[in-house]
Design a protein around this ligand. Structure first.
Ligand SMILES: [Zn+2]
Ligand SMILES: [Zn+2]
Length: 360
């Protein structure tokens, strides 16, 4: 068997074996008239993949093939597709694969907040099948969640933009990042490195905010104008009430003094979280936080118009993700998951060499 009857991929079978994915063939869900089939050529490795396969975020529907930073070529386009995708075209898919496209949120270009949204992997499809991600030979996705990739962007570098990049871009786009604004990016990792790249590209003055000085050189290379190490004594005092926007990309709330971060904000400044740490979350201290009338909020991936805007910006400004490539396969996927878990990557893995793992 093989395409179009079966797809193949590298599936995690249990929480205990989270970093030992195994080759597996599976039957894709039925093809619908607005679906697109994509032959995958690369896929980024997201922190979500690790949180999911380890069951860190809760129950995982094993066996599961993860991966939601997918790049590939269109193989088949449904009869009722309207977005103009063509067979052979290079496209990308991010962390969302479905929304109702009819509710209030969907009609306002907020399909990413649709109450019926489905993730690219791990969600149940109406026929009862579980959606599988991009550590796979092929994916079948509703066209609304498939994006044409501008020619200027290299496959292995654009893949991580589809989730990590989009996640960093949306809060900048929605909260006024631009010339004349001072923007802080907390946590220099997969998402945070995009935060610096995109905030700079949008014209803001950008500060990287990290625990220690270890990533200072990287932050400056990425384009940061300033760097703050939070392990320094009174680190927040000097910058008190000077920031317009802070995007928190850190994936841990351990020893996280939220009040100190909020004190950096100018009046009505915004502190927006995009990381989803496991564990207890933030401690809110009203008396310490009311002095600047600041706003504490959240942001979830990005809408279709935002992803298109981000890809165009990246192409126009020549923005390049920092990527290490690994060949897709049992070994490569396992290594990527293990090293991602250990934070041993600067700053993203992209799985490549799909033609060798899936010859047909
Ligand atoms: Zn992701
Ligand atoms: Zn909806």
């Amino acid at each position: 068997m093989g395409y179009p009857d079966t797809f193949a991929g590298f599936a995690v079978e249990s929480a205990e074996k989270w970093n030992q994915p195994k080759y597996r063939e599976y039957k894709p869900r039925p093809f619908e008239d607005r679906d697109v089939d994509i032959q995958v050529i690369a896929c980024g490795v997201c922190g979500s993949d690790v949180h999911t396969v380890t069951s860190g975020w809760g129950a995982c529907p094993y066996p599961l093939i993860v991966g939601h930073e997918i790049v590939g070529y269109v193989k088949r386009v449904g009869d009722k597709c309207v977005t103009g995708l063509k067979v052979g075209q290079r496209v990308g898919v991010g962390a969302q694969a479905w929304a109702c496209l009819e509710c209030r949120q969907c009609k306002n270009d907020n399909e990413v907040y649709c109450p019926h949204m489905r993730d690219t992997y791990g969600s149940e499809y109406p026929d009862g099948s579980i959606m599988q991600g991009g550590y796979s030979s092929h994916v079948r996705i509703h066209e609304y969640f498939v994006f044409a990739i501008p020619d200027a962007l290299k496959t292995e570098l654009v893949a991580p933009m589809l989730c990590a990049g989009a996640t960093a871009f949306s809060p900048l786009n929605r909260n006024g990042c631009g010339p004349g604004k001072r923007v802080g990016i907390v946590g220099i990792g997969g998402i945070g490195h995009f935060g610096i790249l995109f905030a700079k590209a949008l014209g803001a003055e950008v500060f990287a905010i990290s625990r220690s000085d270890k990533k200072k050189e990287d932050a400056i290379k990425l384009g940061a104008d300033g760097f703050i190490a939070t392990q320094d004594k009174d680190w927040n005092k000097e910058h008190s009430m000077t920031f317009d926007l802070i995007v928190n990309c850190a994936n841990s709330t351990k020893d996280f003094d939220l009040s100190a971060y909020m004190s950096l904000l100018d009046v009505n400044g915004r502190f927006i979280n995009v990381g989803l740490p496991e564990g207890d979350g933030f401690k809110v201290e009203p008396f310490k936080m009311l002095g600047n009338g600041a706003v504490f909020g959240f942001s979830h991936i990005a809408s279709r118009p935002e992803i298109i805007k981000m890809l165009d910006l990246a192409a126009e400004k020549g923005i390049e993700s920092w990527v290490e490539t690994l060949p897709v396969g049992e070994k490569g996927c396992g290594e990527a998951l293990s090293r991602c878990y250990a934070n041993d990557v600067r700053y993203r893995f992209t799985l490549t060499d799909y033609d060798k793992a899936f010859p047909n």
